[in-house]
Design a protein around this ligand. Structure first.
Ligand code: BES
Ligand code: MN
Ligand code: ZN
Length: 502
């Protein structure tokens, strides 16, 4: 899907009348004695003779987060409907966070399905959060339905914030739109079922995106992988008739001397567990095991669209983990890219194997930073739940990435790589084993495994998105069911941070 058509307009009665929208979206805060109108709602309030908060209270509104109340304007405004969306409680100083605005805008974006055109006034509080939230909330994946249902809102105008220059508002709208588009690229890939999205078809889609955005593109097929010794990717992908691939997409800025950021994303287009097969219940969830790959593909496209003054190179290992007569087995020893050997004790711990090959490949190009992401472990979900990614890596950069994850509202928490876990990965016969002998600290053990392949001294972070990448519950805020697009906005924030601060 694409984002709605997004534009800026003024927050005056005449401007709102001119835009001829069907719905005007306003924000409400949860006050002590009922809803309080948020910034941006004044024009709508004036049309109701300053009684809009009272009318909303009569309808039972409280202003609590994501509450949606619609009321007819009966000709008081050019738009026929006011949609009041709750922001929740303001802070002690009366402030509202970007994430509150993003979630409210997302709830409104969802509620606008079936509407042709809306004006959103939450932008008076935070333009970027309003744009991201509305566009991401409006997202619907209907590719595989014969009856698509209510179409997402087609056009949204955001009222310009009163402070700041018009030029800055335009730049903010452009950046926020590009970020939302990137998240949607990732969501669409994640939501595409594995009978249509497999290593070669993912590679085709990536190639189209690379061509459209002026990126360098390279794909290694199974023969090239064999020639070059990518034993991890070949081992994991060997059980499927749909053979593995390794992609490289690069964005180079015009100016020389830019910092180089390598991205690596796990692309298991379906994870059955392989010979160490998973239980049937919930196995369909493993269609999202390529969320890391989708996220880094979307991120390198975004880097090109926003022309970050950085060199950004994405490495994407793609494989389907299936049991068959050609599968790798528990007990096999794989010779990884770069020469290390790994004893496979569980074919379901496959992500770390494809990632290891891609990490070594990424390291050959001497990046300044390495950001990796994957649906690595069920242990991430046990430790941190469905909405908080686990961030591991070199101490300083890990903390920087975790901070970015929190700032964007995607959520992430720094996790340690305890030294004692390394010995538990010792193998009877190879350089290391792919799992430890016990289940405790499963996410950290996977992180310790990956660290073996990261060049010494490189600023490195791994974001385990097993939980946050795919929403198995109902929609909330700007997060739909299914693929969420996490951690695209975190990666975007880290890239922007590196571009600004080195
Ligand atoms: N893709 C899974 C991890 C996962 C689990 C992602 C739940 C999303 C939701 C990964 O390949 C896996 O199977 N990991 C195993 C590792 C174990 C065998 C050491 C796990 O977490 O159970
Ligand atoms: Mn697995
Ligand atoms: Zn997996």
């Amino acid at each position: 899907m694409t984002v709605p058509k997004l534009a800026l307009t003024e927050n005056t009665e005449s401007a709102l009348a001119k835009t001829r929208a069907d719905v005007v979206v306003i924000g409400t805060l949860q006050g002590e004695d009922g809803p309080v109108l948020a910034a941006g709602a004044a024009v709508a309030d004036a049309a109701f003779d300053g009684k809009l908060a009272g009318v909303l209270a009569t309808l039972g509104a409280s202003g609590k987060a994501e509450e949606v109340v619609k009321l007819p304007t009966l000709g008081k405004l050019s738009a026929g409907v006011v949609l009041a969306v709750g922001l929740g409680k303001a802070g002690k100083d009366g402030s509202v966070t970007a994430e509150q605005v993003r979630r409210a805008a997302g709830a409104a974006g969802r509620a606008l399905a079936g509407t042709e055109k809306a004006v959103v006034t939450l932008s008076a509080i935070d333009l970027q959060a309003s744009v991201e939230g509305t566009a991401l909330g409006a997202y619907a994946f209907t590719e595989y339905r014969s009856e698509p249902g209510d179409a997402p809102v087609a056009k949204v105008d955001f009222t310009s914030p009163e402070d700041g220059a018009a030029r800055d508002h335009k730049a903010t709208l452009k950046a926020a739109t590009a970020i939302a588009e990137a998240v949607i690229i990732a969501r669409d890939l994640i939501n595409t079922p594995p009978n249509d999205l497999f290593p070669a078809s993912f590679a085709d889609r990536a190639k189209k995106l690379a061509e459209a955005n002026g990126l360098e593109f390279e794909v290694l097929d199974e023969k090239a992988l064999k020639r070059k010794g990518f034993g991890g990717i070949l081992g994991v992908g060997g059980g499927s008739a749909r053979q593995p691939r390794l992609l490289r997409l690069a964005y180079k800025p015009a100016k020389a001397g830019a910092k180089k950021v390598a991205l690596v994303g796990k692309g298991i287009t379906f994870d059955s567990g392989g010979i160490s097969i998973k239980p049937a219940a919930g196995m369909d969830h493993m269609t999202s095991d390529m969320s890391g790959a989708a996220g880094v593909l979307a991120s390198v496209v975004l880097a090109a669209k926003l022309k970050y003054p950085l060199e950004v190179v994405a490495h994407i290992p793609l494989a389907e983990n299936l049991p068959s007569g050609t599968s790798y087995r528990p007990g096999d020893v794989l010779s990884m890219y770069g020469g290390k050997t790994v004893e496979v004790l569980n074919t379901d711990a496959e992500g770390r194997l494809v990632l290891a090959d891609a990490i070594v490949r990424a390291g050959e190009e001497n990046p300044d930073y390495l950001i990796e992401t994957s649906t690595l472990t069920g242990a991430q979900v046990v430790a941190l739940g469905n909405r908080t990614a686990g961030v591991m890596g070199s101490d300083e950069f890990r903390d920087r990435v975790a901070a970015a994850a929190q700032a964007t509202g995607e959520g992430g928490w720094a996790m340690p790589l305890p030294e004692e876990l390394r010995a538990e990965l010792d193998s009877r016969l190879a350089d290391l084993a792919n799992i430890t002998g016990q289940r405790w600290g499963g996410m950290l053990a996977a992180g310790v495994f990956l660290r073996e392949f990261v060049p010494e001294g490189l600023a490195w972070a791994h974001v385990d998105i097993a939980g946050p990448s795919f929403n198995t519950g109902g929609p909330w805020g700007y997060t739909p069911k299914g693929g969420t697009g996490v951690p695209v906005r975190t990666i975007a924030a880290v890239l922007a941070d590196i571009a600004a601060n080195g």
